[in-house]
Design a protein around this ligand. Sequence first.
Ligand code: GLN
Length: 301
Amino acid sequence: MSGDVRYYFLERKTDALDIKTILRKGTDILKAVNNQSAVTDSRVILSYVLNCGNVFLYSHSDYMLTECEMKKFKELIQLRSEGTPLQHITGCQEFMSLDFTVNSNVLIPRQETEILVETLINYANNLKTTDKIKHIKILDIGTGSGCIAISLAFYIKNCYIEAVDISGDAINLAKHNAALNGVDNRITFILSDLFEDIGNNKFDIIVSNPPYIEKKQIDNLQTEVKDYEPILALDGGADGLDFYRKIIGKAVYYLNNNGLLAFEIGYNQAKDVTCLMEQNFSKIEVIKDLDKNDRVVMGRN
Ligand code: GLN
């Protein structure tokens, strides 16, 4: 089924095509494999190939592509139709209105994670005025692309951040992203398995979006997640809660008095994570994302 459309396209003689026509062909190929955002994906890929904005595609719909541009577009549409995430094709993802470079070593920043970052920005801004803390010290555990740490550093001007990850490749990419967004002077990236290599420092806020998918659910994730994103960043162990247990158990030793521990959670984990936190934390709050799913659990020590 899908193959027919694709092969028709790929083996068609390379007569020059204009933007409008090639966009339609790209869209058809993606629709044939049930891509739910075929129109947008096709446009994003063509913008990437032509190194132009979306507006150019509308205003120059009769622009004839060069052979090289057509070849590149076809290759990338093919990759997308096979399941490669769009962000691995373009190499970037926007998060909190900032640009991040992404690759297969890190989780692609998700829109639902913005609620965690927004909550912490509000919290930190209130701290500044009420407690007169000069510098807010934040620890981000499992930083990945660095999207949480970097957005916090960008929007909270008086904070210093330590960001750790067990993956050296992730740390390298996060460093690159921090420089890209001009906040590398306020974040220290550390290769560390959770708290193992962070020394004796104490923090006002500890934040983490840890791997939280139940091991047996990994096979049920969409192809573009399970085959392209790092399992290391997804697998939360048998019940999905391994990292919450480990972090909650140690966080108290690394938090200043009345410090905050804040997690992203899976939509069905609020009860379990709240329960784990109740042993060492108070004032526990659960916050929903824009889809009205429970997405953040946080509490004070
Ligand atoms: N939200 C991600 C997903 O649904 C998982 C993120 C995580 O495990 N921290 O794929």
